[in-house]
Design a protein around this ligand. Sequence first.
Ligand SMILES: *Cc1c(COP(=O)(O)O)cnc(C)c1O
Length: 391
Amino acid sequence: MGVYNRAPLEVERGQGVRLWSADGTEYLDCVSGISTNALGHANPKLVAALKAQADKLWHVSNIFKIPGQDALADDLCAKSFADVVFFTNSGTEAVECALKTARKFHVANGQPERIDIYGFDGSFHGRTYGAINAAANPSYTEGFGPKMEGFHQLKWGDHDAIKAAIANPTTAAIIVEPVQGEGGCRAMPEQCLRGLRELCDAHGVLIIFDEVQCGMGRTGKLWAHEWAGMAPDIMAIAKALGGGFPIGACLATAEAAKGMTVGAHGSTFGGNPLAMAVGKAAFDEVSSDAILNNVNEVAGYLKQQLHGLAERFPDVIVEVRGKGLLLGVKLVPNNREFMGWARDEAKLLVAGGGDNLVRVLPPLNITLEEAREAVEKFEKACEFARTKVAG
Ligand SMILES: *Cc1c(COP(=O)(O)O)cnc(C)c1O
């Protein structure tokens, strides 16, 4: 189906932060499969984990105990607020599980009238029906039938509306990306996240965080919400969880998941042995101090350098924002056009984003030396963009 506006580039091979097209051209990859190849391409530890598991067992179904599931679930729980985990194949499925878990919680509490889910403007939660309704971006919902009942929108900073929504006796949960990815690298202020926690606690409302993009070390802490010193009740993760292998997970406290009893939910492929093997290898790395320290060091450097470019190219760059290695550069020229110039003129791959941004999303193990190269290439793209803007 023609649902993607694809870049005219066919990649054949990758190694670390580099990609090669079929004609042998080398690119520096600051897309990372959209925050997914967190440990670079063809990471030897992940390749070894996948190959070893491929020789043993691919699939058995969740009607049996699956090798590796407990180990990865235990690791995720040990390093998060969560007590239980449901594994999925994608981010949107992790979001679906989170939404269902929240509604079931209130049913288990004897409050089935609590069905309302509040999302925030500018958010992205995936492409299934629950996810598009939770984010309510018209370009993803229009043409797909009636709006689903019980989904509502809030605006950032509209404190009165947020308070009223949470105090409403039919509210089940709010869903938030602590740092928005697709929507434009906007980080919700830490005091707002803490304020949401207080309000939701006072009214028996659950908090769902969508850390599909901002989690797994991307912001320099394992989970983005750790910066605010608070935690959600339920959290969807995916993207970097498998370092490029498809896997997602819905994490929850035992209390929040109390409605998810036998038969309430399921998945054929979710949590399969291949995903568990790669996920475990990826999580061991990404959750290490070495990687998180590297993210903070390189992010500090990149942000400073991009701010420098913004000063030198005010005709090209409007603003630099984001958290950790989830960096957004808001542009004067069209972001899609700029991505093409970066690719063709500087051999640098960057991702698009809402609000006319390009996102700089290198792997979390990118070295300072490679980051320097990325800045040089970004500068080259800005120089080319300047001639286009002027011309
Ligand atoms: C990518 C993304 C999703 C959807 O993940 P898929 O694996 O594409 O289904 C959901 N939420 C956020 C924040 C994302 O960035």
